[in-house]
Design a protein around this ligand. Structure first.
Ligand code: FAD
Length: 496
């Protein structure tokens, strides 16, 4: 039998995950990457988003651990941290700070260059995954056969000879990110790819810092949600975060839907001192800045619907941001990129990749994965007046309601989750892409719990302590003993 060779375009999160998945079926995998790849955690031109905080959801971590056994341990060994998001972190909701309590959950924190570098280290352990750096791909090589078009390789710039070369492949995987030419390449082959879009004009401004020497905070991760006060200033409407990474450092980020955001150090410093929570500015003032301010507006939700296209070529699939890129505020991109690798690996055990039905089956399964975060992202983004794109919410009343009540709804569910373990469990599953928002809201047990919490709240019988006001420092008291209290037991009895 001849040697089977796969080519992956792009050596980032999606490309590395796909390459690892392909090794279950292919003798050789070649990753063609336009950049030089650093041998330690470091940003590079092809991934400008790496300056901003990257939160890895639990499902993404599971996918990466499944593709690259030892991934989590490796990130921790490289300075990443596993934190309890209810105990080590503070979150300021619409009306104040959520009290601190212990949970069984652990989340992995590191910079994006560190995540990528750890995955690359693990992929490099396989001698049959070959990396060709400084090798941008410029096109697909195709052939016609009675059953349709087949992709048989790519054209790329050979870095040694500085000339365009052909590279033959039995399967090409496009993982070249948001800027991928995949839609144009398909159009050139006569294949129409519908593009769904929603741009809520989200902007991120980020700067890296070293933690202050002195003990300025007991928490390790901070999130301040936007104010819901109609008279709030622009800065009070920012979503603010202090996000821990390796090397005793953190990324401070301010993000907004549709507001102008600082791009210079002076504007950044002026802005962080006037956000909703003085706690944010207090820690930034005490910390040592390590970088300039980095601002990005590359945050549009875009889904190229390969799953709906007819006459797809055999021998080619696309993964990661090349297919679906999200507003990053919901932290879904790396999880979808890695989980597409798991889908690919599993499909290769059941289907012949030579077959024209292989891409159809792959995109079908990938669409099931993407639909969940897509709906979650659209629920909020589609309601903004300034949002544009094919998927803006068309019902005016619904748009107003969602726009007005999302953050208070989020606050209500967070409060209910505090005293009801079942709601908490499902809420975590939605956030971590194990369950859809629709499933959550249709679950009778969840609905009953929410209703019950609403009644308890009105009657003043909630076990949740009064939230500390946003202008004060968050309280470090451990209130674990109040979690999931009597309400849960009562609701569980009713549910039975
Ligand atoms: C501001 C911001 C914050 C984010 N925060 C989060 C977060 O908190 N959590 C999360 O999960 N996701 C987050 N994301 C999304 C995340 O960055 C992406 O979803 C994820 O990196 C997907 O990776 P990818 O491999 O598909 O694409 P990319 O990481 O963009 O990589 C594409 C790769 O292809 C290479 N390439 C491009 N063209 C060519 C070519 N022609 N030939 C060869 N190589 C090529 C590039 O150099 C690059 O290496 C964020 C994104 C942004 C913009």
């Amino acid at each position: 039998m001849s040697t089977q060779h796969a080519v992956v375009i792009g050596g980032s999160i999606a490309g590395l995950s796909a390459a690892q998945a392909l090794r279950s079926r292919f003798d050789k995998v070649t990753i063609l990457e336009q950049d030089a790849l650093p041998d330690r955690p470091q940003g590079r031109r092809g991934t400008p988003q790496a300056w901003h905080n990257h939160f890895l959801l639990d499902r993404g971590r599971q996918s990466l651990d499944s593709l690259f056994p030892g991934f989590t341990d490796h990130v921790v060994a490289q300075g990443g941290t596993l934190l309890d998001p209810a105990y080590d972190a503070v979150q300021c909701l619409a009306t104040g700070w959520v009290p601190r309590s212990q949970s069984g959950m652990r989340m992995l924190f590191a910079s994006r260059p560190n995540f990528e570098s750890c995955i690359r280290d693990l992929a490099r352990q396989d001698p049959n995954i070959r990396f060709v750096e400084n090798a941008p791909v410029s096109g697909l090589i195709t052939s016609s056969e009675p059953s349709g078009v087949r992709v048989t390789g790519v054209n790329y710039l050979d870095p040694a000879e500085r000339a365009t070369r052909d590279l033959a492949a039995d399967l090409v995987v496009d993982a070249s990110g948001r800027g991928s030419k995949c839609a144009k390449w398909m159009t050139d082959l006569g294949v129409d790819i519908e593009e769904r879009t929603l741009d809520a004009q989200v902007t991120y401004s980020s700067r890296w810092y070293r933690w202050p020497d002195q003990d300025v905070s007991w928490w390790k991760w901070l999130t301040v949600l936007p104010s819901i006060d109609p008279d709030a200033t622009d800065q009070q409407r920012y979503l603010c975060s202090i996000f821990p990474i390796e090397d005793n450092s953190f990324i401070a980020v301010m993000g907004s839907w549709g507001l102008p955001m600082p791009s210079t150090v002076d504007d950044f410093e002026a802005a962080y001192r006037t956000t909703r929570s003085p706690e944010f500015g207090r820690v930034l003032d005490a910390a040592e800045p390590l970088t300039d301010v980095h601002r990005t507006k590359s945050t549009k939700n875009v889904w190229r619907r390969f799953d709906k296209a007819a006459n797809l070529p055999a021998g080619y699939i696309a993964v990661g941001d090349a297919v679906c890129a999200f507003n990053p505020i919901y932290a879904q991109g790396m999880t979808c990129a890695a989980t597409s690798g798991v889908i690919l690996r599993d499909l290769l055990t059941r289907r012949d990749f030579h077959d024209h039905s292989f891409p159809v089956a792959f995109y079908g399964e990938q669409a099931k994965l993407l639909d969940l975060p897509w709906q979650l992202a659209l629920t909020r983004d589609g309601a903004y007046d300034h949002a544009t794109g094919t998927d803006v919410m068309s019902n005016g009343l619904m748009r107003k309601l969602v726009s007005r009540y999302t953050w208070s709804g989020f606050q209500f569910m967070t409060e209910a989750a505090f005293e009801d373990d079942v709601i908490n469990d499902h809420f975590d599953k939605v956030f971590n892409l194990h369950e859809s928002l629709g499933e959550f809201l249709r679950n009778p047990r969840v609905l009953y719990g929410l209703l019950r919490y609403g009644v308890r709240k009105i009657l003043g019988r909630s076990s949740l302590p009064k939230l500390v006001a946003p202008h004060l420092e968050p309280d470090a008291t451990d209130v674990t003993h109040l979690r999931g209290g009597a309400a849960s037991a009562e609701v569980a009895a009713v549910a039975r």
